[in-house]
Design a protein. Structure first.
Length: 75
């Protein structure tokens, strides 16, 4: 996610949700690229669309903040 997404002019930072994702729950083509990895962290928008997958929780929060988004953790 190297490009900032235009969420329009809402006056505040949009919230995104960070949650752990088991690699076995991802599509087979992604699983093939992630040999030896058992989980990743996903960043989702408020509609539930996955915006990014990253290797750890801290990186997910940094990525969100760098794109002017407000991350919250989902369990």
């Amino acid at each position: 996610m190297n490009t900032k997404f235009d969420f329009g002019d809402k006056g505040e930072q949009p919230i995104v949700y960070v949650r752990e994702v088991a690699v076995q729950d991802l599509p087979k083509e992604l699983q093939a690229e992630l040999a030896g990895v058992d989980h990743l962290y996903a960043v989702h928008d408020s509609d539930g669309e996955r915006l990014a997958l990253v290797k750890d929780r801290k990186l997910a929060f940094v990525l969100a903040r760098q794109n002017d988004l407000e991350p919250v953790s989902v369990h």
